[in-house]
Structures are given as structure tokens and as C-alpha cells.
Design a protein around this ligand. Structure first.
Ligand code: MTE
Length: 323
């Protein structure tokens, strides 16, 4: 993500993704393996990760059966490329956080469901996953930084979680929150970010066919850097809406404020639906680079998913839907 430096939460130069890095992602990716091999912190991170790497108790559920309803216009991005090109600010602001994210402890992992529900509960991730039927869906993924990928997620529709939670009629939004553990995730020590990472959906969005909770990717449990053990995938929106490593779902009446919105509301709004005709205040959204190919493609409105979601937004012309 790109944020303007402002007083109060100014980001040190070393923490910004330099513009030249952003525009030279391919060479950045090519160089990343050797750069990592030389980094002194990596050996330490690896040792910590060995301790954190317990066998996943749900691995028998993968690969899940593909839901053929969702088709792609491009090949799925190579897993190696995807797992070395991530945004997960809890582990740093550079794209190559794959190694440092291995310290993320994903078990035990409790998920809280609260707010305007019949009965708030806390449930272990493995019990939650086994209550749902896992399926595979190939989705496009468009970041607000104007790059894209295609991923075969495994998981279950958000709607299933909503059914399980039994929200009250007064619930208007679903607020989702990432873990908070600055000892484990050094990025959370950076106090200019309003941690923990939060994002939200309206109930109409959450119960839409497309809204998906990913527990796996590429035919196995989801990698840590992609948001293990549970992350959102809402492919018609810019990627920052797809909150990773969720520990809490709250059904609420007030529209939740996401972390990026709290940081810079003029650039990262609540709805954040993809639209090539509405530029980000500082760059065009007309096209995207398909990571791993070097190819640029024109971006599609709603990232090509308008048939599924456009109806949700009728009558909402007064809202800022596109950024
Ligand atoms: N969730 C958390 N908790 N922390 C983050 O930094 N980054 C967001 C989103 N979810 C982020 C997050 C952004 S900006 C994007 S583009 C996607 O995750 C990136 O997902 P990927 O790494 O699987 O491509």
C-alpha cells in the first residue's frame, strides 16, 4: 500500500515501498531469493518458524473439490510467485515477507463471533473449518497498487459463517479483525498504524455468492504469508478489503472503519470496489500488471464480477463506491 506521509503517523523512509521498487517488481522478485539468503534476520526467523510449524490438523481436507461456477480469464498465478509477493504489514511493508511471516503461530487459533448475534461464541479454527464444507474457487485478486494475480483458494462462503452466527435483524455490517500480537508480529510495534488490521462488509456483501473465507490455497492449507489460518477473499474489491488471519467477526450496526481508511480516508474508502474509470488519487486504475508475467491488462469494473455484485450497489449513487 502507498500512503502519503503525514504528521502523527509518519512512516520512516526505510518502511516505505520505494516507487522504483514498485515499478520494477519483476527484477525485485528475481532478486529476492538471493537477498533473503544473505539477510542475517532470516536464519533467526527460520528457527522461530520451525517452532511454529506444527502439522496442520485440517490438511486431510485438501485439495478440495473445485467449484466450476467460478472461471478465470487467465491462468492461476504460480504458487512460488504468489508466496513471495505479499502484503502483510504485520510482518513488514515490503512484498517479500514470506520468510518473516513464518513466525505466525496458527494453532491454537480461536475465532470470536460476537456483537449483534443470538449467542456470541468463541470457537477453535479446526472445529469451525470442519463445520463447513470446503470447496475450491479460482478468483482474480486486484490490489489497489495496480497489480493482480489469480489464485485457487479453498474455503467456504462468508454466508455460511453468517448462517452459523445467527445475526440479529439489527446487524448491518460484518466487522473482521486480525490478531494483535506485537511480540510475534514486529510490524505491529509500528505505532503509526492503527492496529489491529480491521475491515468490514455490509450484510448484503457478506451474504453475496462471491464473498469467501479462505482456509487454503493451491490445494493445501493456506500459507502464513497469505493470511493463515483464515482470510477473506472478496475479488470484486481492491485487495486491502481482504483481511488476513482473522480472529474476530463482529456483527454491528455502525459501518466499521478499516485500518487503511483510519489511516487515510481520502484514499482508502469503505466500499473500495474495483473501477478502472476512477483513479486512485495518486495513480491510474485503468490497467494492472499481472504479477509473474510482466503483462499489463485493462482492469475491469468490479474486477469482472459485476454480474454477481453490481445489484448490491443500485440506489447507492451518493456513496463513494470506487476507492
Ligand atoms: N490483512 C492484514 N491483516 N494485513 C495486511 O497488511 N494487506 C491487504 C490484504 N489483507 C493486509 C491484509 C492488502 S493491501 C492486500 S493487496 C492483500 O491482503 C494481499 O494479499 P496477498 O498477499 O495474498 O496477495
Amino acid at each position: 500500500m502507498n500512503v502519503i506521509r503525514r504528521r502523527g503517523w509518519e512512516i520512516a523512509d526505510r518502511d516505505l515501498t520505494p516507487e522504483h521498487t514498485f515499478f520494477n517488481r519483476r527484477s525485485f522478485l528475481a532478486g529476492s531469493a538471493s537477498a533473503l539468503a544473505l539477510a542475517p534476520g532470516v536464519a533467526l526467523a527460520q528457527r522461530a518458524s520451525d517452532a511454529a510449524n506444527l502439522p496442520d490438523p485440517t490438511s486431510d481436507l485438501y485439495p478440495a473439490k473445485r467449484n466450476e461456477k467460478f472461471v478465470l480469464d487467465r491462468p492461476v498465478t504460480d504458487e512460488k510467485i504468489n508466496s513471495n509477493y505479499n502484503n502483510f504489514y504485520e510482518f513488514g511493508s515490503q512484498k517479500t515477507i514470506g520468510s518473516s511471516a513464518q513466525v505466525l503461530r496458527t494453532r491454537p487459533w480461536m475465532v470470536k463471533i460476537d456483537g449483534l448475534v443470538e449467542k456470541p461464541i468463541e470457537i477453535g479454527i479446526d472445529e469451525l473449518i470442519r463445520k463447513m464444507t470446503i470447496e475450491e474457487r479460482a478468483y482474480r485478486h486486484r490490489c489497489v497498487e495496480a497489480w493482480s494475480m489469480a489464485i485457487a483458494w479453498s474455503g467456504f462462503p462468508v454466508r455460511k459463517l453468517v448462517d452459523f452466527a445467527k445475526p440479529l435483524g439489527s446487524a448491518k455490517y460484518l466487522r473482521m479483525e486480525t490478531f494483535m500480537d506485537p511480540k510475534m508480529a514486529f510490524g505491529q510495534k509500528q505505532s503509526w498504524y492503527p492496529w489491529p488490521y480491521v475491515e468490514g462488509l455490509s450484510m448484503a456483501e457478506a451474504t453475496n455468492d462471491l464473498a469467501f473465507l479462505a482456509t487454503g490455497a493451491y490445494g493445501h492449507p493456506i500459507a502464513k504469508q497469505m493470511g493463515a489460518p483464515l482470510r477473506l477473499a472478496v475479488p470484486w474489491k481492491y485487495g486491502f478489503k481482504s483481511v488476513k488471519s482473522i480472529v474476530r467477526f463482529s456483527f454491528v450496526e455502525q459501518r466499521p472503519k478499516g485500518m487503511w481508511e483510519a489511516l487515510q480516508a481520502s484514499e482508502y474508502g469503505f466500499w473500495a470496489n474495483v473501477n478502472p474509470e476512477v483513479p486512485h488519487p495518486r495513480w491510474s486504475q485503468a490497467s494492472e500488471e499481472i504479477i509473474g508475467t510482466g503483462e499489463r491488462k485493462p482492469t475491469l469494473k468490479f474486477n469482472g464480477y459485476g454480474d454477481y455484485v453490481a445489484d448490491i450497489y443500485t440506489g447507492m449513487e451518493a456513496e463513494r463506491l470506487w476507492a
